[in-house]
Design a protein around this ligand. Sequence first.
Ligand code: BTN
Length: 264
Amino acid sequence: MKPLDIEYIKKNLRTREFGRELLYFEQLDSTSSHLAELSRGSAARQGIVVVAEQQTAGRGRQGNSWYSPPGPGLYLSLLLKPALPSIKLSGMTLALGCSAAEAIEGIAKAPMAVKWPNDLYCNNRKVGGMLTEMQSHGGLIDNAVIGIGLNVNNELVPLDLCDTASSLRLETGKVCSREDLLMGLLYGLETDYRIFREQGLKAFTERLSARFFLKGKRASVQDGLGIRLRGVVSGFDSDGGLLLADDQGRTVKCSSGTVMEMEP
Ligand code: BTN
C-alpha cells in the first residue's frame, strides 16, 4: 500500500489551523506520546498534527494497545490548547467523536455510529477509537492531545479482535483514500471544536442522538471506580456521561468507564 501523500494533503487541506503544521513519520511508538512530548515545549501551537504510517506502541483507553500495522490504517494525534477548566471539557470527546463519525461517513460512505465514550463503530463493529489525554496547569487544561486510530483499508483484523473489530474496507467492500479521510477529519474537527467551545455538548444533542450506538440497548458498564452498573441506555447528559435506566426504572449516570458487554 502507498504511503500517505503529504503533498496532496498540504495542497488540498481546507482548514485554517488544524493540520497546517503536519508532522509525518514512517514509524513512531505512538503519535500521542510524541505529540504530548512536543506539547511540553511552549512553542507547540494548537492544531499541530502528528501522523505515522505505523506505531510500535499505539495506545488505547484504559491501558489497551492499539494495533497499528503499516499501510492500511490511519494513526494521528491533534493538539488542542483549550485554556479552560476540565469541567468545561467533560463532553468534548463525545462531541468530537460525533464530528469524526460524520466526517468518516461522508467520505467512506459507511454508516458510522459513536459508542460511548469514544469508539467509532460501523455496522456493529469497532473500526476506530479516540483517546483524549489532557495536561493541566494552574487549574486550566492547557494541552489536550486527541489521538485517533482508524482501521481503513485493512483486509484482516487480528484473530482475537475479529468478533468485535473491523475496518472500513471490510464493511464497505471499497478502498478508501486515507488522505481524504485525514483532511475530512481535520476539517470537521476544526469546525466542531469551535462549536463545542462556544455552545458545549448541547449543540451536538441531535447529531449525536442520531448515531448513538448504545441507545435502547441493555448494557453493563464498569464505571471509573470499578462498580458495575446495568440497565437500558437512555442517552447521555450535558457532561457526556452515559445515562441508563436500571431495572427499577431509576436513571443512573456513569461518568467514565467501559461498556463491558451488551446483552440482547
Ligand atoms: C481506543 O479505542 O481505546 C482509543 C484508540 C486510540 C488510538 C490512537 S492511534 C493514534 C493515537 N496514538 C496512540 O497511541 N493512540 C491514538
